[in-house]
Design a protein around this ligand. Structure first.
Ligand SMILES: [Fe+2]
Ligand SMILES: [Fe+2]
Length: 290
């Protein structure tokens, strides 16, 4: 099975043009899906399935991440002067809040103990939005592969997969919006401020990479029972999904799933390239048995 090639932009659309700005806002608003977390049809689970679900170590981390992301994104809407783009960011904030509500509904329904963290207040609207956005670019990419793995292995029953499918697709939309917003935002700055913006983005990406390298290096090392669940749980979660998978296979799944999910949207939008690029390079150099 071959791994998908790098994205090819079919038609050029000048970044920062009125068309790009309009497409950015409109694609996001048009692809919003309605659902109410508190009315989800949670499937009944067998004792064994329930125990497996409860044993997953990342619920608390997931709740904390959604708390930070949702409050950061919701607050960031005021950064935008353009009403359409502002509306799209506000909608993304709503969707992130909905993820937090969905997690709360799930953990309540299946009686998974989690503590609700205090509401996160962003300190710097733009920097925090950039940090959350680049973080999602990494986490969502790995989440796509892990979700496919859990679906294929039957770790999650099909009814539960169905509940979470819209959430996965929403994360694909979020990162597609984010990478286009970053380019749009930069294009709106006077030329002399663009290098500093680029540097700030590079610094944030480096911090996100460093944090994931730290997590990757700790993988496989014995952890104490009391150890807090690791950050970047999408990097380690495959160890908990009860199925043997090589890193090579996981990268392949992440790449094909990312491509499949992104294919749903207007080809004129710029695709995320950094994380799939790193994954593709790794996929090529590491042995299939690893
Ligand atoms: Fe989310
Ligand atoms: Fe998101």
């Amino acid at each position: 099975m071959s791994v998908v090639p790098a994205n090819i932009e079919s038609e050029t659309l000048a970044v920062g043009s009125a068309e790009h700005r309009h497409l950015l806002g409109q694609f996001f608003l048009n692809t919003h899906v309605e659902y109410v977390p508190e009315q989800m049809p949670w499937p009944p689970l067998a004792e064994e399935e329930l125990a497996r679900l409860r044993a997953l170590p990342f619920w608390q981390e997931a709740v904390s991440t959604e708390n930070v992301t949702s409050n950061t994104v919701a607050a960031a809407a005021v950064l935008e002067a353009d009403p359409l783009v502002r509306k799209a960011i506000a909608l993304q904030g709503f969707e992130e809040m909905r993820h937090a509500r969905l997690l709360l509904a799930l953990t309540t329904h299946y009686r998974i103990p989690v503590e609700e963290p205090p509401r996160f207040t962003p300190r710097s609207l733009e920097s925090d939005f950039l940090f959350a956005g680049f973080g999602e670019c990494f986490d969502s990419f790995f989440a796509f592969g892990l979700f496919a793995l859990a679906r294929e292995s039957g770790f999650f029953p099909p009814a539960l997969v169905k509940v979470f499918e819209p959430v996965m697709q929403e994360e694909a939309r979020h990162i597609l919006f984010f990478v286009n917003w970053v380019k749009y935002r930069r294009s709106q700055l006077p030329w002399w401020r663009r290098p500093a913006f680029r540097l700030r983005c590079a610094w944030i990406i480096l911090k996100q990479v460093a944090s994931r390298v730290k997590t990757a290096r700790s993988m496989g090392k014995p952890q104490s029972v009391e150890a807090a669940p690791s950050e970047n749980f999408t990097l380690t979660a495959h160890q908990d999904l009860g199925t043997e998978v090589t890193l090579h296979r996981l990268l392949q799944l992440c790449l094909t799933e990312n491509e499949r999910r992104m294919a749903e949207y207007d080809a004129r939008l710029r695709r995320p390239r950094l994380v799939p690029g790193i994954a593709r390079a790794l996929f090529r150099v590491i042995p299939a048995s690893m």
